[in-house]
Write a protein that binds this ligand. Sequence first.
Ligand code: ACO
Length: 429
Amino acid sequence: MSKTVELIYQGTSYPLPLIEGTCGEEAVDISTLRSTTGLITYDPGFVSTGSCQSKITFLDGEKGVLLYRGIPIEQLAEHSNFIETSFLLIYGHLPNREELDYFNYHVTHHSMIHESLKNLYDGFPNNPHPMAVCSAVVGSLATFYEDQLNVQNEREIEITTHRLLAKMPTIAAYSYKKSIGQPFSYPQNALTYTENFLHMMFSNPCEDYEVDPLAAKVLDTLLILHADHEQNCSTSTVRLVGSSGCNLYSSVSAGIYALWGPLHGGANQAVIEMLQSMMEAGGNVMQFVDKAKDPNDPFRLMGFGHRVYKNFDPRCQIIKKLAHEVFDKLGVNEPLLDLAQKLEDIALKDDYFLSKKLYPNVDFYSGLIYKALKIPINMFPVLFAIGRLPGWIAHWTELQGDQDFKIGRPRQIYRGRGKTDYTPLKERT
Ligand code: ACO
């Protein structure tokens, strides 16, 4: 017999069905609540609200579990690569050889952007934030493919998926080249996804450039770790925009903006800036920890805390290990890494952080690795966007085929003035 939860309101009992996920989590289905009772629910930040049923990613914040289509993140980080993981997220299974070759071929062979689109970069001021540029350019792709935006046409969605994945590194690298006044480097089809990105970032027409295989491998692993995280702020944005029937380019463009904020994907940039301020303040970590604990001070330790992880973030554990490996292998002496380690040690013993279950998140160490790979700080969130792209595409695509599909439209509790008559200007004080 299916389980229900009983809601008693004004003496009447309303049975509400319980939905059970495949990994055991339970949810109360309130979709008929308003039509049967006239009530709505109130849940700022959607802390207790499930917005959809999804088969893409499972995470257990208490146990530190993260699964893409059932496969643990640790296994994917060790054995997979970003292209294969992208296929897994978008199509629901690991590809066989033929599927992988087809996918890889198309993602490789759509990487150039229209020459006219390059002109868009010239319209920006000299040193724009690359997240703003990337979002604008991704959104503009819709203008180049207007005849292939049908959200119900599987083939058009497939082409759009290939185009987005293929062009994103080009768009991102061009935004960096624009900011330093260098010519754009065209993509090279002989290179892998991450090699190609590094080539477009760091090569120039005046000298030979060879991609460091370690840098490409590490970057690929970081992209896998960022590839999806179920209904986070940017993914929910992509779904909400997509729920209006809006095309994938525009939905992803909105997702990039949502990711930019310092409470979300912008945190990797904010962590480095925070560590640099600590260094400038003489490395006095305690001063910053005290500030973060002060209820009258809005300062937060960037890279600490997570809406869902309340024990440890499994991605952070992999990234921390990776950071130490990268620094050892590249022979980089990074004082900020020591400072980050010191900060983590102090915070993890502090009652404030323990009692609020605040642990380092994915952004705490990733910025240090990007820095070691000589990626400029304002490009860190862009790297996050490149990584998160397959997750956004997977969720947008899942939404289009969802049997419960509805335009996203939350309600509100109105707290403003009641009905008030218009006062003519001359009578106003
Ligand atoms: N430093 C100090 N105190 C913190 C921190 C922090 N980093 N994070 C949360 N707290 C405190 C809050 O002040 C709050 O205290 P209170 O109960 O006394 O009011 C309590 O912990 C709970 O925090 P909330 O903001 O209510 O938790 P929420 O789940 O809404 O926020 C968030 C999660 C946004 C990630 C938050 O922890 C934060 O701002 N962290 C710093 C920014 C960051 O690293 N963002 C990246 C997140 S990962 C990602 O998006 C990829």
